[in-house]
Design a binder for this molecule. Sequence first.
Ligand code: SPV
Ligand code: MG
Length: 301
Amino acid sequence: MAGRVRIEALRAKLNATGGRPAIAMAAHNPLSAKLVADAAGFDAIWASGFELSASYAVPDASIVSPSVHLEMTRAMCEVQDLPVIADLDTGFGNAINLAYAVPRYEAAGVAGIVIEDKTFPKDSSLRIDGRQSLVTVAEFQGKIAAAKDLGSMLVIARTEALIAGLGQEEALKRAQAYAEAGADAILIHSKQKTPDEILDFCRAWPYQVPLVIVPTSYPQLSFEEIYRLTNGKVGLVICGNHSIRATVASLKRTYGQILQDGGIASVERDIAPVADVFALQGDASMRELERKYLLSGGNPW
Ligand code: SPV
Ligand code: MG
């Protein structure tokens, strides 16, 4: 599906007032992106930096190269039709690095980007005792302006003020400055174990600009409760890392069972049939190509 259509689809979802926020599910490669789309209920795909880093078995600390990041994101856009939100972290450096990236992500079919106000190289927000230092408000406003000027994708500005322990006042000050710089939405992140900090922020948020949250650390609330408790101010909830964590748990379980059994028989009932994998690989469309271009004169093999 054309990038422009997906951008408008994401914009409409972010600003919807239908009694629930839009939901983005994390993915880290084309297969997981396609599985998210096939689940037929999510509104967008979160091309998570944490998941992509984990899929390369490296820390989420600006280590995966920009070209690998872009190629994987492009492949996620290619295999399914949901809007993809690319997690650009700090934008690979300063506003110049981001300016280089933005048209390339747009050409790849991305509908929205998230950039965060941490210094480059970043560290994971969820890491205990992680390095959380922030750029100045003015520098980050420059990044937002560059992203808006050089592309038409939605720009979601993320403040890490609460993650860095700078408090509500600083978080609100930064979020307002980012909205004024033209951000289409504000991602406010917290790693508190309860939603109180985020709910306080949302209640104090004075603008129409929608909020985005990633409730990994405070999973207690349903999507509908989040929407109700924030008066509809949260337009998008990101399920930040549930694909990679489900994958890790499932692989560990399967490997352990095979080793324990000394054979592969008993895991059969718990793993996907080969036919499901063929379907995900696009077997139906290959059969169509075979019928049209290979089989016209009878079976050539
Ligand atoms: C990600 O999924 O890469 C995120 C969310 O940015 S978090 O890991 O919570 O920072
Ligand atoms: Mg990230």
